[in-house]
Design a protein around this ligand. Structure first.
Ligand code: SF4
Ligand code: FES
Length: 269
């Protein structure tokens, strides 16, 4: 049975599941704590450090990441002390140097009044991630742990670290699901659809063929995903198989409406 505990954020009492991560509780209650590398489905990784908070235990205070701070009875934290803001501003400066082209990082900098960075990094002319990647690891973990493909990973070490496909070769196992693009906090990943082909330019120009929806005629489902769905799901109506999610939804709604109308007719008679 789930055990609940009372915790205190910025002096106010909140209810949390025992062991739940503080960042999740803050998000649920609309308390803003900046975070760049946390997705609940994946759990804590602690790479961006933006979610730091101050934990208060009697006279003692300590700084830790809220995405990896498990809630226990009477936990007390402050999310925006002067000390925390000072650290966050330094982190933002680092990210401005690491990902100068990222609009999302600039928005964060504006929010904290950070105008410039004292750190310098060489801008790469042909960076497949357009000098927007902060190496948070979300795309890598999503592809590996949630999608189960392992198309991309960290390459090199230290300041030479990058995220891409092994040996920068286009991938033969990518399904073109775009999950990496969805989770990226800095909009660093570029994926475009051209005719029947999805081009993942960030991932060494990997290409994936797309299938046409028989409803709207758009190329909307990557072939590898369609094959996977065929092997996992059973469709009572074969037509549903060849529709994109939008057209599938429309057809199902239409069918449900027809069935309900027939039922109504029966009662009216
Ligand atoms: S591409 Fe985006 S999600 Fe992937 S490591 Fe870089 S910033 Fe994180
Ligand atoms: S969100 Fe907690 S360290 Fe990145």
């Amino acid at each position: 049975m789930t055990e609940y505990v009372n915790i205190y954020i910025n002096g106010r009492k909140y209810e949390a599941k025992n062991g739940e991560m503080l960042l999740s509780v803050a998000r649920r209650n609309g308390i803003y704590v900046p975070s760049l590398c946390y997705e609940e489905a994946l759990g804590a990784y602690g790479s961006c450090r933006m979610c730091i908070v101050e934990v208060i235990a009697g006279e003692q205070k300590g700084i830790t990441t809220s995405c990896s701070l498990a809630c226990t009875k009477d936990l007390k934290v402050e999310t925006d002390t002067q000390e925390i803001i000072k650290h966050r501003k330094i982190l933002i400066e680092l990210y401005l140097a690491q990902a100068p082209n990222s609009e999302k990082i600039r928005e964060l900098a504006n929010k904290y009044g950070v105008k410039n960075t004292r750190f310098k990094r060489k801008i790469e002319k042909k960076d497949p991630l357009d000098n927007k990647c902060i190496l948070c690891g979300l795309c890598v973990r999503t592809c590996n742990e949630l999608i189960g493909r392992g198309v991309i990973n960290f390459i090199n070490r230290g300041y030479k670290t990058k995220v891409n496909t092994p040996y920068f070769e286009s991938s033969e196992i990518c399904m073109g699901c775009k999950a990496c693009l969805e989770v990226c906090p800095t909009d660093a990943i570029t994926i475009t659809d051209k005719g029947d082909t999805r081009i993942l330019s960030s991932w060494s120009n990997t290409t994936v063929k797309m299938e046409k929806c028989i409803g709207c005629g758009k190329f909307s489902v990557p072939e590898p995903i369609r094959k996977k769905m065929d092997s996992k799901f059973f469709y009572e109506d074969e037509v549903l198989k060849n529709l994109c999610p939008d057209c599938r939804k429309k057809l199902i709604t239409k069918k449900v409406t027809l069935i309900s109308e027939k039922k109504v007719e029966q009662y009216v008679k």
